[in-house]
Design a protein around this ligand. Structure first.
Ligand code: ZN
Ligand code: FE
Length: 259
């Protein structure tokens, strides 16, 4: 099992530090939107930054890259092939791999467009680092892609092995679950997950990682094939929604204006 340390940034971002299975003091940082909290975590825990993984170009994911690379020229950095990312990353697309041979770490890349046009996810060691595509009980907003693209991207993530740990980039779980209750008021798995997440947040602990099994059970955006979700979306839209991408598009719009 991968050892992963969360670093908090901004209001609700997580920058994940993935520890090398060969040397736990060496880490790869995922989506360092801010260098300062990363430097603090490295210093206080005696860790060495040995690489960077970037999922997409938004500032809260890449804002710390240049500063982190300043005294660490030559550490590997990987990013999406079709987006402009600071630090001159090796450009990856679906089927490519992010390799850190000295660290004993290797990740396969999935194209997951929707939130941004070139967003990628990193899959490996029983985990997925999915940036702003899949959140626990939610998904990213559609800034550059279509609902159809995002639905397809989320389907790929939902098809990962059920025990895959989901490391997303934001702590949005509680507000996502509140929306989920509006879509599926009788989802008991979601209700008990909400109770557990409330306890975690009351202690100021992360609800992340989640896992794919949990997301299939509680995340309305992964449940567009479910009868209740479909009926709720049709009631909201006031029309029939014959396909899953159409159901997805409606609940994404619904979430955008929720409360
Ligand atoms: Zn983003
Ligand atoms: Fe973000």
């Amino acid at each position: 099992m991968l050892q992963v340390t969360p670093v908090r940034a901004f209001a609700d971002n997580y920058i994940w530090l993935i520890h090398s299975p060969r040397d736990a003091a060496r880490v790869v940082a995922v989506d360092p939107g801010d260098a300062k909290p990363v430097e603090r975590a490295l210093a206080s825990r005696n860790l060495t930054l040995a690489g960077l993984l970037i999922t997409h170009h938004h500032g809260d994911h890449v804002g710390g890259v240049d500063e982190l690379l300043q005294n660490r020229r030559g550490i590997p950095i990987y990013g999406p092939a079709s987006e402009t990312i600071p630090g001159n990353p090796q450009r990856l697309r679906e089927g490519d791999h992010a390799l850190f041979p000295e660290l004993g770490l290797a990740f396969e890349v999935l194209d997951v467009p929707g939130h941004t046009a070139g967003h990628i996810a990193y899959v490996g060691h029983g985990a997925v680092f999915c940036g702003d595509t899949l959140f626990s009980a939610g998904c990213g907003r559609l800034f550059e892609g279509t609902a159809e693209q995002m639905h397809h991207s989320l389907s790929k993530l939902a098809a990962l092995p059920a025990e895959t740990l989901v490391y997303c980039a934001h702590e949005y779980t509680l507000s996502n679950l509140k929306f989920g209750q509006a879509v599926e008021p009788d989802n008991q798995t979601a209700a008990s997950y909400l109770a557990r997440c409330r306890e975690l947040r009351a202690r100021d602990e992360a609800t992340i990682p989640s896992d794919i099994r949990q997301e299939r059970n509680v995340n309305p955006f992964l449940r567009c094939d479910d009868k209740t979700v479909k009926q709720a979306a049709e009631a909201y839209a006031g029309r029939r929604l014959p396909s899953q991408p159409e159901v997805f598009a409606v609940i994404r719009q619904w979430k955008d204006s929720f409360r």
